[in-house]
Design a protein around this ligand. Structure first.
Ligand SMILES: Nc1nc2c(ncn2[C@@H]2O[C@H](COP(=O)(O)OP(=O)(O)O)[C@@H](O)[C@H]2O)c(=O)[nH]1
Ligand SMILES: [Mg+2]
Length: 200
């Protein structure tokens, strides 16, 4: 008889300045490889990622987004509506580019203004493989996470794959613990062999 597990779905939105590595992050989690031919993202691009935590299969619809550049009004019209139907938002910055870190404050304020419900907000410092002591430090990220009342801070390298699996597993675990109250549905689902397991 087929192995039947309880499977859950959730929307995950990835936001942050352009060039911080949002698309590279999603691609790495899907393929376990770095792709340096990724083209600029010009619209919301959904893709599916499976994560298994503690025996529960979770299906994430991960929505990639374009960076804000200089037109924040157009960006708002385009990306802010996506805030309404996600269970997790990953706020990504580039450790080697401080303006991308500063932009996180604005983005989190917009989320707080526009969304009146519980969701998981995860602060992600990317490009730790090339960051130096002069760049945005772990402490900077840690403090900003607390100041902005976010739920988790993690540093990753979407190029090397450092902490990428951990990031998605952590998001899945948190949703599992929350009982997936928002931005998600529950359904019975047959387990498949290509679902990624992790040590969470
Ligand atoms: N060294 C390094 N480069 C990265 C990393 N992640 C992304 N990049 C590079 O940063 C550039 C922008 O990446 P992209 O994913 O298109 O950024 P997006 O605009 O936020 O989607 C590309 O040249 C990537 O190869 C990383 O973790 N380390
Ligand atoms: Mg992109």
């Amino acid at each position: 008889m087929a192995d039947v597990t309880f499977s859950q779905r959730a929307n995950v939105l990835i936001i942050g300045d352009f060039n911080v590595g949002k698309s590279t992050l999603i691609n790495y989690q899907r393929t376990k490889q770095f792709d340096n031919t990724i083209v600029p993202t010009i619209e919301i691009e959904p893709s599916t990622i499976n994560v298994t935590v503690n025996g529960t299969n979770m299906i994430f619809t991960v929505k990639d987004s374009p960076g804000m550049k200089e037109d924040s009004i157009k960006y708002g019209r385009f990306v802010f509506p996506e805030f309404q139907n996600c269970a997790v938002i990953m706020f990504v910055y580039d450790k080697t580019h401080r303006p991308s870190f500063d932009q996180i404050t604005y983005l989190k304020q917009m989320v707080d203004e526009l969304v009146n419900r519980r969701m998981e907000c995860i602060l992600v410092g990317n490009k730790c493989d090339i960051a130096t002591d002069n760049d945005v430090t772990f402490n900077d990220g840690h403090e900003r996470c607390a100041e902005l009342n976010m739920d988790l801070f993690i540093e990753i390298s979407a190029k090397k794959g450092t902490n990428v699996e951990e990031l998605f597993c952590e998001a899945a675990l948190r949703l599992k613990n929350m009982g997936l109250e928002f931005g998600s549905t529950k359904e019975l689902h047959k387990s498949e062999n290509n679902h990624k397991s992790c040590q969470c």
